[in-house]
Design a protein around this ligand. Structure first.
Ligand code: ATP
Ligand code: MG
Ligand code: MG
Ligand code: MG
Length: 439
């Protein structure tokens, strides 16, 4: 993309309404625009990052054997009356009446709709196991929408639902989700720690929240510092293997890590003092096993091998897709702006032309731009007639991981400069070499 032809409405001044760095930087980089409290338009560069995050989620869900669907945002209240949640859900639910005076709602989550799909089409254990998921907009009328996309009212969530014959099979699905989430967050350049969370009315050990440590996080968390040494990395995993998935769960939940809802000071105090950490975290996902809570109330049953009908075992699993942009920026920025991890960056590299209008500099930039594109990369070419300082400030603000600086002085020796946004390290090399370093 050429910057002169792009739409990237960068702000010079810090917006007053932004209280935290990710919100400030997303507004300054022209990624989002607020339309109402907690409701945003996604401008081109924000949308690009949002799409990259979605792509990672889709790829990792496919790897785990989960199947994408798309459910409506507007749901019928009747389904929620069946599960008993219509009255319980409270004021976070946006209730709508249609022209025939029917009660509708903008879905805050989708357990009811997915259970309705399941009961309409599945009746035998032979069709199990089954995990369906979607990435779809949700609406929750949050009492205090704030921090930009972190706590929106309209927000994008990946929500997945597993259907299994037995409790053990459903727990395997739970573990599979844990593994796939660890992989997804790591690909986004994030460390998201599974923490034991509040089981609500169902109780037990079967819910974990994934938290990104950040001072601006809304959750208070308590953990053993050893947990932050764990990485999933590039290890191979067979998602069908109960033992392998169970082993990952055990490894990643073997150290104390809890949110304030489940924190137990007596257990925490047994950890050696130098490893005890109290911090703040951003919830970027949650997995949940809840058994037959919805299948019983909504009549989602299957005929088992013994010929008897039983309610199906379920769980639900969410990733805060739009919140992740904020979380990634909170975890990865400096005084100059965003530092995108390579896995989610809107453009892989920025080309800065130091002397726009100079024939040989322009043509060197054009050649680099064409070459990078032909190699499948997505470069942003700053072809504005601007001072070098302003161009540097822009690529730093928008956080592209690499910058190629092209000027007449370097070109005289067939040299450009390749600079890493994260380390600031700059190396002179030929344009060809810069391209081959990036592909
Ligand atoms: P929170 O505790 O932050 O209110 P939640 O526990 O109510 O979140 P879940 O029902 O677990 O949310 O939804 C799954 C994921 O959706 C959350 O882990 C979070 O990342 C994301 N999410 C929830 N509410 C919002 C929101 N208002 N804006 C953006 N993302 C959200
Ligand atoms: Mg909430
Ligand atoms: Mg929560
Ligand atoms: Mg949650």
């Amino acid at each position: 993309m050429r910057l002169t032809r792009y739409f990237m409405p960068v702000l010079k001044e810090d917006p007053k309404e932004a209280q935290i760095v990710s919100h400030r930087l997303m507004l300054r980089a022209g990624m989002i625009k607020q339309q109402s409290a907690g409701i945003y338009s996604w401008l081109p560069m924000g949308l690009k990052v949002l799409n990259r995050i979605q792509q990672i989620v889709h790829e990792e869900q496919a790897r785990a054997g989960h199947i994408p669907v798309l459910m409506p945002t507007i749901q019928s209240a009747d389904l929620w009356r069946e599960s008993g949640r219509y009255d319980d859900y409270g004021e976070e639910m946006l209730r709508i009446t249609d022209r025939h005076k029917r009660d509708m709602l903008y879905g805050p989550t989708n357990e009811e709709v997915i259970t309705d799909i399941f009961r309409a089409h599945v009746s035998s254990y032979k069709d199990l196991p089954l995990t369906l998921y979607q990435i779809q907009w949700k609406f929750r009328d949050e009492i205090r929408p704030r921090f930009g996309v972190m706590r929106g009212r309209e927000f994008l969530m990946k929500d997945g639902y597993n259907f299994d014959l037995t409790r053990d099979a459903a727990l395997h699905a739970y573990n599979r989700h844990l593994v796939s989430y660890l992989r997804s967050y790591e690909r986004m350049g994030l460390q998201a720690i599974p923490m034991r969370a509040d089981g609500g009315p169902i109780g037990g050990d079967y819910t974990h929240e994934f938290l990104v440590l950040a001072e601006t996080g809304e959750s208070e968390v308590f953990y053993d510092s050893e947990i932050t040494d764990l990485k999933f990395g590039s290890r191979a995993i067979d998602y069908d293997s109960v033992e392998q998935c169970q082993a990952v769960l055990e490894e990643f939940t073997s150290r104390y890590a809890r949110t304030d809802e489940t924190h137990d000071a007596a257990i925490f105090d047994q950890i050696p003092e130098e490893r005890r950490r109290t911090a703040r975290g951003i919830e970027v996902g949650q997995i949940f096993y809840f058994g037959t809570k919805y299948s019983e109330s909504m009549g989602a049953t299957v005929v088992g091998p013994d010929g008897n009908r039983t309610p199906v075992e379920m769980g639900s699993h969410g990733i805060g897709v739009s919140r992740l942009l904020g979380a990634i920026i909170e975890a990865s920025h400096d005084d100059k702006g965003i530092i995108w991890p390579e896995g989610v960056t809107p453009f892989e590299v920025g080309i800065v032309n130091l002397k726009q209008g100079d024939a040989s500099t322009d043509s060197a930039c054009e050649a680099l731009y064409a070459e990078l594109k032909s190699k499948g990369l997505d470069p942003l070419y700053d072809d504005r007639d601007e001072r070098a300082g302003a161009k540097f400030a822009t690529v730093d603000l928008i956080g592209l991981p690499w910058r190629i600086t092209v000027g007449p002085r370097g070109l005289a020796n067939n040299k450009v400069e390749l600079t890493s946004r994260r380390t600031g390290e700059a190396v002179e090399m030929s344009p060809q070499e810069a391209v081959s370093r990036l592909v």
